[in-house]
Design a protein around this ligand. Structure first.
Ligand code: WTA
Length: 708
């Protein structure tokens, strides 16, 4: 059956659709009206962006070309519409209830159903795709060969490791904490846990040992999985050393076993010795597990697949708890329809599996639909900015996914590098923060060579999968806008009083989601009250038994254009998004506050040409301490050790006092305006308005220094 047949069967007349596109009518919306509206007058300072159409060649081959999908997933067909995604999976037992909303806002999907996530990502592909690459590992050193791991090989390795985990005493529903870098062993470990029904909790490899300890404590993990070393930007990182520190820093939990993968099997590469009875070299032990098979455990759909910790507005990170059935259905559906992954594609998501993007769109989504997914150990600008394009050329990557930060970095270091390489992307994706239209255009023209369709995907760790984006063959691209709600996702924008802001009004507000969806997290691990409070207290009728009274509060500001496209304006609380990673302001402030000299700390986001945002830290010292360069460095380093290098403030400003409201709240907004050299606005209502000028002179009078 040819692709054209598929489209005709989908009920869409392709010639007509292309003609409509050429005339500027875009399905399912008609944006011509929109062109006349103009956004200049609105709260947001962006100007109107032109619409760019996907190429006909892309549309012809796309998985989802039936505009009827929006109708199928409209509110009148909700929640049954999500059956379409769940039916992409193999179930051991079919569910009896699509959505159990009897105890809002705790929603249960596909109740009564049973399945295994590892089976769905591996075993079921063996017959048809056994010898096709599931994972291609691209090591950082370019003289090391790519490793092609077929589905059959993946099956073998996952089974053997699952058997080992069972022998290590890991049981169903235990949480196993990982601190793994970007290596094939990470998805292997995830899938092995999923196979035996254990819950994994991967902590981003670049995070500090303290961050691992805190998360392991919260999750009560007895087992930590790590690696001896890995390559990053030309250096070999002694990663196992961090595991020793993590174990020592756990307060509530005792990590009894540390399982260590070797970057080079059989050659332990870490300076730290193994601790007898605690540390185990996985690759050595695996010798005893050759050919071992473990039956995938059939799990209720509503059991937990993994935890993913994310920064909140208090110092304590939130363990977002994701389900098996709902989550996997949602990432499978979106991988197919949105990321347009076909089994014959080579898909590369240049993000870290330590973040939700990697969980959903390097591992679970792509593998559930038998994709070939590339995992890259290194950074895209080492040894030079052509690195990514060499990988793309070598591996025939045709779908490329990354974040605005990466795009800015690659552009900074090699604006013309893509021209030198012979690769062709059909689709490119961006995620994690808003992309500036200008950066978008470089991505489109240079990286995509003017051929690739771009999707801008808006979502959060909590959401499991993308919730705001255009299905790429169905809606034109608009630089800087993520597009509309995904099928079955109904976003609304509320003002502070809960009134809905109409599209095209030009006003920004708080973006919320009207109905639950299967990919959404179930709760915050061990803290259901915080889940309700953070996400459902602002605009929901708490106590109501009617799930339609509940609105998921995303915490992002947004504006909706007349054609329905959303533009995300960033976090409205004090979570700071650095390089696409969310950092809790409070988390950084509390680390800063652990220095004996520090009385008060306030963190603000400063705009940065490369990273989008960097952290600026304002500090007030306790009496008796004097500001100094050394002290600034000490505070910066403390944050870096406590949270990780990514949180390291670009600047520490030691100021005499903080601007405060009369009730004593620090006005971060004023500090942010000073950092960004913007108008501080009316400060007369502050308790201490005079301090604003003092800080302004101090901060803006400083010479910009180069940071390390
Ligand atoms: C921001 C990442 C604009 C947003 C998957 C959100 C975005 C936070 C976009 C979640 C986008 C993510 N456009 N902003 N396409 N995608 N964001 O939890 O502020 O690491 O709330 O999940 O990133 O970050 P998180």
């Amino acid at each position: 059956m040819s692709r054209a047949d598929v489209i005709v069967k989908g009920g869409l007349n392709m010639t007509e659709m292309i003609k409509e596109r050429q005339e500027g009518i875009f399905l399912p919306f008609a944006p011509r009206e929109y062109n006349e509206v103009g956004e200049e007058a609105i709260a947001v300072h962006w100007k109107e962006e032109e619409l760019i159409q996907p190429k006909e060649e892309f549309i012809r081959q796309a998985n989802m070309t039936d505009v009827g999908i929006y109708e199928r997933f409209s509110e009148k067909n909700y929640p049954e519409c999500f059956k379409e995604y769940a039916d992409m999976l193999s179930w051991d037992r079919y569910w009896t209830e699509t959505l159990d909303a009897s105890n809002p806002p705790f929603f249960k999907w596909f109740v009564g159903g049973k399945l295994n996530a590892c089976y769905n990502c591996v075993d079921r592909h063996l017959q048809k795709y056994g010898n096709k690459a599931a994972i291609i590992f691209a090591p950082e050193p370019e003289d090391e060969p790519y490793q092609f791991i077929t589905y059959r090989e993946l099956h073998r390795r996952v089974n053997e490791f699952a058997a080992l985990l069972l022998d290590m005493g890991v049981k169903e529903n235990d949480v196993v904490t990982f601190h793994l870098p970007m290596v094939a062993e990470l998805p292997i470990s995830m899938l092995a846990c999923a196979r035996i029904g254990a819950i994994h909790s991967e902590v981003f490899g670049g995070f500090s040992s303290k961050a691992v300890a805190e998360r392991a404590d919260d999750a009560e993990s007895k087992v930590l999985i790590t690696m001896d070393s890995y390559h990053r930007s030309g250096r070999v990182i002694d990663h196992k050393a961090r595991a020793d520190e993590s174990v020592n820093q756990c307060k509530e939990t005792k990590i009894e076993k540390v399982l260590i993968w070797e970057r080079y099997p059989g050659k332990y590469s870490s300076s730290t010795p193994l601790v007898e009875g605690r540390d185990y070299l996985i690759n050595d032990l695996l010798e005893n597990y050759r050919g071992r098979r473990v039956k995938p455990l059939s799990k209720p759909a509503e059991d937990t697949l993994f935890l993913m910790y994310t920064s909140g507005t208090t110092a304590r990170p939130k363990g977002c708890q994701h389900s098996i059935g709902g989550y996997l259905s949602y990432v499978a559906g979106t991988s197919k329809h949105l990321f347009d992954i076909h089994p014959e594609d080579t898909y590369w998501c240049l993000a870290d599996i330590g973040w939700i993007t990697g969980h959903s769109y390097i591992v679970y989504g792509p593998l559930s639909i038998a994709a070939t997914s590339v995992i890259f150990e290194g950074t895209p600008t080492y040894p030079d900015a052509g690195r990514s394009w060499r990988i793309a050329e070598d591996l025939h990557v045709n779908i490329f996914h990354t974040s605005p930060t990466m795009i800015r970095m690659i552009r900074r270091d090699g604006p013309d590098e893509p021209d030198k390489y012979n690769y062709h992307f059909k689709l490119m994706c961006t995620v994690g923060e808003a992309i500036e239209p200008e950066v978008w255009r470089w991505y489109y023209d240079k990286v995509g060579k003017g051929e690739a369709t771009i999707i801008d995907t808006w979502w959060q760790t909590e959401n499991g999968g993308v919730i705001g984006s255009n299905l790429p063959a169905l809606r034109a691209m608009k630089p800087g806008s993520c597009g509309i709600g995904m099928p079955g996702i109904y976003p609304v924008i509320f003002d502070e009083h809960g009134n809905e802001i109409e599209k095209g009004s030009g006003k920004a507000g708080n973006i919320c989601i009207k109905r639950p969806w299967p990919g959404s997290f179930q709760t915050i691990w061990k803290d259901p009250d915080r889940y309700v409070e953070t996400y459902y207290s602002k605009y929901s009728k708490l106590g109501s038994k009617d799930y339609r009274d509940y609105y998921y509060f995303a915490g992002d500001g947004a504006v909706q254009a007349a054609d329905g496209s959303f533009r995300i304006l960033g976090r409205i609380d004090d979570v700071i998004n650095v390089a696409g990673h969310r950092l809790g302001a409070k988390e950084i402030e509390s680390s800063s506050g652990t220095n004996e000299e520090v009385a008060e700390s306030a963190v603000v986001a400063k705009k940065d040409a490369i990273k989008g945002t960097v952290v600026d830290l304002y500090v007030v010292l306790k009496p008796g301490f004097e500001p100094s360069k050394e002290l600034e460095a000490k505070i910066r380093n403390k944050v870096s050790t406590d949270i990780g290098p990514i949180a390291r403030p670009s600047k520490v400003h030691i100021v005499p006092d903080m601007p405060k409201t009369r009730s004593g709240k620090i006005m971060r907004r004023v500090l942010a305006a000073i950092s960004n050299k913007e108008d501080v606005g009316d400060v007369t209502s502050l308790a201490n308005p005079e301090i604003v000028e003092v800080i302004k002179n101090q901060v803006q009078g400083q010479r910009e220094s180069v940071l390390v």
